[in-house]
Write a protein that binds this ligand. Structure first.
Ligand code: PLP
Length: 246
């Protein structure tokens, strides 16, 4: 029992009934940024990052019209995929690092993988896909470690060309759709903006929009910078669902 007979807080500390309001506020931020960038309002897709939040928060966002959700852990994504099967058109995006031995579980559960970062992962997806009944090709983005941070995953910019070619050699199992990046932690929005601009330039150097239509970049604190730099997918967690439970 909580003191004073108050209803217990949800495990997230972010009551599901606040989700619709915060979601609307994030959508408005995206719309304002697209107007400022003179881009069409529907040119940016919001991925609501629900990692470590319970199913009820996903259900609340779904009820408010949200269809794309981001998860960072394979097991959690698979658990949620089972329950989310009852929600039509819901798409789960894998945005975290994927260990090669978890690929089989991911196939069929995720619609899109944002974090392809090495040839061995491409190879494993192709191999596992061939043995997964009825699986459609997985939409994939290559994660690039633009700022060359040692602790961060993502391929080196100089390895990007080779990785893109390897993906395109597996049309039965994967569909190459774009690039993804995460900027270094910084209070200064210019740091993120520089990284986002670098990712766009990398895209332009590797076939442009025709080959790589999607740029997945921008989170709760820097989505405006990302939209200005050309993001087509922003991955927003905290601003929608509140702080993540530990
Ligand atoms: C957690 C996470 C996000 C969301 O970050 P917020 O700051 O909560 O918006 C976006 N992208 C990736 C890859 C993440 O792991």
């Amino acid at each position: 029992m909580t003191p004073g007979g108050l209803p217990p807080a949800t495990p997230t500390g972010a009551p599901a009934d606040g989700v619709a309001k915060r979601l609307a506020a994030v959508r408005e931020r995206i719309n304002a940024a697209t107007r400022r960038a003179e881009r069409p309002v529907d040119s940016v897709r919001l991925i609501a990052v629900s990692k470590r939040h319970p199913l009820e928060t996903i259900a609340a966002a779904y009820a408010a019209g949200q269809r794309d959700f981001g998860e960072s852990y394979v097991q959690e994504l698979c658990d949620k995929a089972q329950h989310a099967a009852a929600l039509p058109d819901l798409r789960l995006h894998m945005i975290g690092h994927v260990q090669t031995n978890k690929v089989a579980r991911l196939l069929g559960a995720a619609s899109t993988l944002h974090s392809v970062d090495r040839a061995s992962l491409v190879q494993e997806i192709d191999k596992r896909h061939a043995t997964t009944d009825g699986a459609t090709p997985l939409d994939v983005l290559v994660q690039v470690n633009v700022a060359a941070e040692p602790q961060k995953s993502g391929c080196r910019p100089e390895d990007l060309g080779d990785l893109l070619e390897r993906i395109e050699q597996c049309p039965n199992s994967m569909r190459l759709v774009g690039l993804m990046t995460m900027p270094p932690h910084s209070e200064d929005p210019n740091v993120a903006r520089t990284v986002f601009d670098d990712l766009r330039r990398l895209r332009d150097a590797h076939g442009g929009v025709a080959r790589l239509p999607e740029l997945s970049m921008g989170m709760s604190n820097d989505l405006e910078e990302a939209v200005m730099a050309g993001a087509t997918m922003v991955r927003v967690g905290t601003a929608i669902f509140g702080e993540r439970p530990k």
